[in-house]
Design a binder for this molecule. Structure first.
Ligand SMILES: Nc1ncnc2c1ncn2[C@@H]1O[C@H](COP(=O)(O)OP(=O)(O)OP(=O)(O)O)[C@@H](O)[C@H]1O
Ligand SMILES: [Mg+2]
Length: 327
């Protein structure tokens, strides 16, 4: 058993817009060990980015409400004041945002943007040392340090994404939140960036939460996988457990897995999941997935869905009744 870095206990996030309440994240329980890579997977609107932003206290102040505990190294982030959370952002937890093109500042040289992060989190550091570290980090992400005086627009999309990663790792964070870090990139560059992130992760021994809807990336990168639907973790386990086709899975997970083509099986066809992600302002009664579920039973249409566990593996679905011990 590893050492726990982060633990979410019954985390819920609600947004209120024009009096309408959206339940974006609902009763999430998750544990992340030091050095572990967790893939957070789900369709658009599942609540993945909301979960990540709550870990940095970056949710909109007046229109969002957070319940539950976010224990980072045993301390509740949700209870931290502005000063405490500022010390954590960038130095202990950092985030690679969903859209790199809008997150880099176009008017500053890339080297300066990396240097800024280093200076903010290392008071009294000499300029010479800052320069050394900028060169080091750029080398780590595969960009020649000689290009540090260039501006973001002088780099390609894949290189901008690497610069984003360089900024995120500039202070050697204990936890890196990577929100769809490769979505905007083409497939070959995607593979390069993922490979680079994996090498960096090994070198820095950071924990990573990788948000994605790409199961290929999960298979190549993650130790653990959490499947999110309508703000809930509906299935969680190791990569091997989630990808084991001989075992039963949540019908939503099966749907997601069914929608990736399998190169080994010539007959397999793309099987998109019928229907749409529910609106978090009007979540269906019972299991939130039941209106879209091919295996829906009467019991799924109302009431709470129990969670079935086997060690750390868990699945929130009535189909598992009797298969494993309910908790
Ligand atoms: N600032 C906000 N105010 C109100 N509702 C929001 C806000 N941000 C997100 N939401 C809503 O919360 C739900 C979850 O959104 P979130 O961005 O966390 O999903 P996601 O899983 O990251 O989706 P995607 O894959 O598209 O990035 C969505 O229904 C979204 O419309
Ligand atoms: Mg998102």
């Amino acid at each position: 058993m590893g050492e726990t870095l982060l633990e979410l206990k019954d985390l819920s996030v609600r947004y209120t817009t024009d009096g309408v309440i959206s339940r974006a994240v609902n009763h999430v329980n998750l544990k992340l060990d030091k050095g572990e890579i967790l893939g957070l997977v789900g369709e658009t609107g599942a609540g993945k980015t909301t979960t990540a932003l709550s870990l940095l206290k970056l949710l909109p102040k007046y229109t969002s409400e957070v319940d539950g505990e976010i224990l980072f190294e045993g301390k509740d982030i949700n209870k931290m004041d502005d000063k405490e959370i500022r010390n954590i952002r960038g130095s202990k937890i950092s985030m690679i945002f969903q859209d790199p093109m809008t997150s880099l500042n176009p008017v500053f040289r890339v080297g300066e943007q990396i240097a800024d992060v280093i200076k903010i989190h290392n008071e009294g550091i000499s300029l010479h040392e800052v320069e050394d570290r900028v060169d080091n980090i750029l080398t780590m992400v595969g960009i020649p340090p000689s290009r540090k005086r260039e501006y973001p627009h002088q780099f390609s999309g894949g290189m901008k994404q690497r610069i984003m990663i360089a900024i995120a790792i500039a202070c050697n964070p204990d936890l890196l939140l990577a929100d769809e870090p490769t979505t905007a990139l083409d497939v070959t560059i995607q593979a390069q960036v993922i490979k680079m992130m994996r090498n960096l992760q090994k070198e820095l021994k950071s924990s990573v939460i990788l948000i994605t809807h790409d199961l290929g990336i999960v298979a190549n990168f993650c130790d653990k996988v959490a499947i999110m639907y309508a703000g809930e973790i509906i299935e969680y386990g190791t990569l091997e457990e989630l990808f084991d086709k001989s075992k039963p899975h949540h019908p939503y997970t099966e749907g997601l897995f069914g929608s990736i083509p399998n190169i080994q099986e010539k007959t397999s066809r793309l099987k998109p999941i019928f229907g749409l992600t529910p609106n978090p302002a009007e979540l269906p009664e019972g299991c939130h997935f039941h209106p879209r579920c091919e295996k829906c039973m009467e019991v799924c249409k109302s009431g709470e869905v129990p969670t079935y566990r086997n060690g750390d593996y868990r699945c929130q679905c009535h189909l598992f009744a009797g298969k494993e011990a309910a908790v």
